[in-house]
Design a protein around this ligand. Sequence first.
Ligand code: GAL
Length: 629
Amino acid sequence: MREAGVTVVTVGVFSWARLEPRPGERDFGWLDRVLDLLHAGGIGVFLATPTASPPPWLGHRWPETLPVDEAGHRLLYGARNQFCPSAPVYRERALALVRDLADRYAAHPALAAWHVGNELGPTCHCDATAGHFRRWLRDRYGSLDALNDAWGTAFWSQRYGDWEEVLPPRLAPYVRNPAQRLDFRRFTSDALLEHYLAERAVLRRLAPGVPVTTNFISLSPQVDQWTWAGEEDLVSVDLYPDPEDPGAPAAGALGCDAARSLGGGRPWALMEQAPSAVNWRRRNLAKRPGQMRLWSLQAVARGADAVCFFQWRASRAGAEKFHSGMLPHAGADTRVHREVRALGADLARLGTLAGSRVDARVAILLDWQSWWAVELEAHPRQDLALLDLVAAWYRPLWEAGIAADLAHPAGDLSGYDLVLAPNLYLAGAATAASLEAYVHAGGHLAVGFFSGVVDECDRVHAGGCPGPLRPLLGLRVEEFLPLAGGETLRCASDRLGAFTGSLWAEHVRAEGAEVIATVSGGDLDGLPVVLRNFHGDGSAWYVGTRPDEPGLDALLREVCAGAGVRPAVAGLPPGVEAVRRGDVLFLLNHGERPVDVALEGPCVDLLSGARLDGAVALARFGAAALRPR
Ligand code: GAL
């Protein structure tokens, strides 16, 4: 590890059965040795609480700690993550172990941070969960009448007359109540958070001042990461872009930007990435030579102060034996391990960047609650995937070298020149007020189709969408008209040029907004599809379809120009990512071919040590970290 430049490791994830081999017993000897050894080698530890994977004895003796799926099946031990956060026995046992762990290691010199659980997110539908859900609902709604109203239970005779009748959404003959399902997602996120907070309280009491984190699956819908991140001292994420996906570099960048934004711009930790291949996709392609370094540098460029991996040594047994490790089965004399060592040296050269920030003038709105709601069933189309829409709008920014944060719609947007909302299906009064105030004060906003459709209870806004955003956007949608498979919408615009839309169309009526593009041909011929409304000192755009790539490029060029947003570097060659962190400009070549990028002035490449002027040559998958001199 020392030779590879490793300075911090995560230890103890999923180690419950090792630490507590039988109920109430403790075996810390092995962990003492590991921590002492690491410390002696100058390596710090993110010490994990092992509670994400209880040992078989817990489920065997107390089956009520095991999670139950929607169909009422209890999921057994034999894999991992088999726990119900609402089960009292699970909580007691988990907290007792966390207490003893914290007691033993609070003062250990290797301890750098606590890592609670792992990718917390499992869902349970058991009876204890039902009781917990009812308590959560009572808190939220106060009365059964308010719950009935919020869930629209007049429909299909779903009215509840007694709290005991209220259940988590379980398997049922037909489409289940969407507001119930949405609340259950909120509840599940909160129930897991409650457990995280209980662990955190123990850790903080026994080890005051040691930062606490839990690793998110990057941009996963499991929990509301905004709420959770507010309870972390350090945001950490696991990022596994697919080497087979040509969109992986942009997807990785988006994941990094999300991690940074969740922490309010603070440096974050890449807790897990694969040294090369994973083993859980249908096809598990290796990272190409140079790609692991490039994607690691991408994380640093986008604000990470730690770049870690799953896993150090490739395991020889168990479910993940074909997952890559920093030290492969074939040993240290391997391509993957050589690249790991080289990365260690690279990261050491970037040490002066620690703590510095990325300044983004653009924010992309992402609200987990709206995400959950838009992907519920029985919608105009079933295949709207929020992240696809977000990724589509992110791509042109990424290609142009324009840094973007992710932001919550009701958060403080005043620091941004431009705010993009690829989709905001759920928009209540708080979101509408926030966006209105932002644009009124001179901000620029662009909103995608099927937005402003429902309120917080998933009830449709009367009067047509975008509901409470109508005055701001200056338009009204009369009808949703999803497109048939393969069907496209031809669009014409003097400003944007001709483009096509896919997936979605709408019958839009301008109510004050200026029409920027119209549909040409078909039933919607001549109707608006892209509009812009001036409001207060700012402007608000609306896009009623999913434009093709040239269409989105043109649109975002126009929107960015109007908002005065400029790229980090003008005229980047295709495939080159540019992002500025502090005073360092990162140039990352994701392309297969070497390229030259022109420089604005004399600088030094922190990675190679070269003093440069005029241009920098980037090899295939090459990178430069340029500081002006
Ligand atoms: C993560 C998990 C790790 C490992 C990894 C494999 O989800 O936290 O323990 O399973 O995936 O890619």
